[in-house]
Design a protein around this ligand. Structure first.
Ligand code: PLP
Length: 376
C-alpha cells in the first residue's frame, strides 16, 4: 500500500532525515547475508542453527493463568542448576526479565546504583521502578561505594553486567560483592553475554569469580542459541517475581517450543565443552592477529571491539570488511558514546581458522585507507 506519512507523524520524516545526515540511521538489512561469514551474532557456541526439538508452539496464556507447561519448570531447574542458584524464573526475553525484576524489587524510596554502560533493558527497568538511580562511571568501584555510603530511605541495589558486550570488559565482581555486603545492598548481575562461554561448564563470570549474586539474569538468546531469559536467585525472589514482575505476570508465557529449544541449548553447552574451548581459542587468535596489525581492540574474551572513532569511519570499515566476505556491523551512538564508533567482532565456535584470517585481511585493508589509525 502506497501511503504518505500522515500529517501528525511527519515529524518522523524529519527525524529520519536528520539521523541519515549524521550517519546514525539504522537501515533494515536483508534477513541474513548468507554469502558473508558472520562476525556479528551472539550465537557464541554456534547452537542457534541446530534444529529445535518439536514442542507445542504456544503457551496460550500467562503462566499465572493456564500457560504453565512442564518444560518451563525443566528449563528453570536447568538455569538454576547452571548458575548455582536455588531457583529461577523464565521470562520471554532478557529485556522483559530486566524490566520485570527491577520494577518488582525497587520502588520510590530505594536506590539503584547502575554502571553507565549497562544495557538499555537495565536502564529502562531502573527508570520504570521509580527508584532513585545513581549512574556511576564504568567499572568505578569507589563511585559505587560513594553512592552506597550516602543517606537513603530504603533499600539499595547494585546493578551491573558481568561482561559488557560493547567494551568486552568486566567488573571486579568479588569487590562489588564485598561492597554490597558492607552497605546492605543487593548485587544484581546480568550475565547475558558471559553464560555458556565463561566459568565452569559455562556457568558465567560470577561462578568463575566464586561470587554469589543476589539476583542473576541470563538470556537463552545468545550462547544457548534459542530465545527467552531467566532471573535466578533464592526461592523468595522467584516467588515474588511470579507475583509482581509485571512483564512476567501480564504477558503470555514463553512459547513451549522456544523453552524446549532453550533447554536443549543449555544442555548442549554443558555437554559439549569443546564448543566453549573453540570460542575461547578463536577469540585469542583474532585478538592476536588484530594486535599484530596495530588495531586498537578493547577488553578480553569472545567480543572483540575495534574502535575507529566516527560513525562514517565505522560504516566505511564495515563495507570494506563485507568486501572481504566478513559480516561485522558498525556500532554507533547512541549504542556507544560519541567518538567511539566501532566494529564489534563477535566470535563463534562455528568459525574456522580461514574465517579469522579473512577478518584480519579486511581490517588490514581498512587500516590501509587510514581507518582506525592514529591521526598523522
Ligand atoms: C546485557 C544484556 N541484557 C539483556 C539483553 C536482552 O536480552 P534478550 O535479547 O533476551 O532480550 C541483552 C541483549 O540483547 C544484553 O546485552
Amino acid at each position: 500500500v502506497k501511503q504518505e506519512t500522515p500529517p501528525a507523524l511527519q515529524f518522523l520524516d524529519a527525524a529520519i532525515a536528520e539521523a541519515r545526515e549524521a550517519d546514525l540511521f539504522r537501515p533494515r538489512h536483508p534477513p541474513h547475508r548468507l554469502d558473508l561469514v558472520p562476525f556479528c551474532s551472539n550465537d557464541y557456541l554456534g547452537l542457534a542453527s541446530r534444529p529445535a526439538p518439536t514442542a507445542p508452539s504456544g503457551a496460550g496464556a500467562s503462566r499465572l493463568v493456564c500457560g504453565e507447561r512442564p518444560v518451563h519448570r525443566d528449563l528453570e531447574a536447568a538455569a538454576a542448576h547452571l548458575t548455582g542458584q536455588q531457583s529461577a524464573l523464565v521470562f520471554t526475553s532478557g529485556y522483559a526479565a530486566n524490566i520485570g525484576v527491577l520494577v518488582a524489587l525497587a520502588g520510590p524510596d530505594d536506590l539503584i546504583v547502575s554502571d553507565t554502560l549497562n544495557h538499555a533493558s537495565l536502564i529502562d527497568g531502573a527508570r520504570l521502578s521509580r527508584a532513585r538511580v545513581r549512574v556511576v562511571p564504568h567499572l568505578d568501584l569507589p563511585a559505587v561505594e560513594e553512592a552506597l555510603r550516602g543517606p537513603r530511605a530504603g533499600r539499595a541495589f547494585v546493578v551491573t553486567e558481568s561482561y559488557f558486550s560493547m567494551d568486552a570488559d568486566s567488573p571486579d565482581l568479588g569487590a562489588l560483592r564485598k561492597l554490597c555486603d558492607r552497605y546492605g545492598a543487593a548485587l544484581c548481575v546480568d550475565e547475558a553475554h558471559a553464560l555458556g562461554v565463561f566459568g565452569p561448564g559455562g556457568a558465567g563470570l560470577c561462578a568463575e569469580a566464586g561470587v554469589q549474586p543476589d539476583v542473576l539474569i541470563g538470556t537463552f538468546g545468545k550462547s544457548f542459541g534459542a530465545g527467552g531469559a531467566f532471573v535466578a536467585g533464592c526461592s523468595a525472589l522467584t516467588t515474588w517475581l511470579w507475583n509482581r514482575a509485571r512483564s512476567f505476570v501480564f504477558s503470555t508465557g514463553l512459547s513451549p517450543a522456544l523453552a524446549a529449544a532453550a533447554l536443549e541449548g543449555v544442555r548442549a553447552a554443558q555437554r559439549e565443552p569443546a564448543l566453549r574451548k573453540a570460542v575461547i581459542e578463536h577469540a585469542a587468535r583474532l585478538r592476536a592477529r588484530f594486535a599484530a596489525l596495530g588495531a586498537r581492540v578493547l577488553g578480553h574474551g569472545h567480543v572483540v571491539p575495534w574502535v575507529v572513532g566516527e560513525p562514517r569511519a565505522a560504516l566505511r570499515a564495515a563495507a570494506i570488511l563485507a568486501d572481504h566476505g566478513v559480516d561485522v556491523r558498525a556500532i554507533r551512538p547512541p549504542s556507544v558514546p560519541p567518538g567511539t564508533s566501532r566494529l564489534r567482532f563477535t566470535v563463534s565456535a562455528a568459525l574456522r581458522e580461514a574465517d579469522i584470517e579473512r577478518a584480519a585481511r579486511g581490517v588490514a585493508a581498512a587500516m590501509a585507507t587510514g581507518i582506525g589509525c592514529p591521526p598523522g
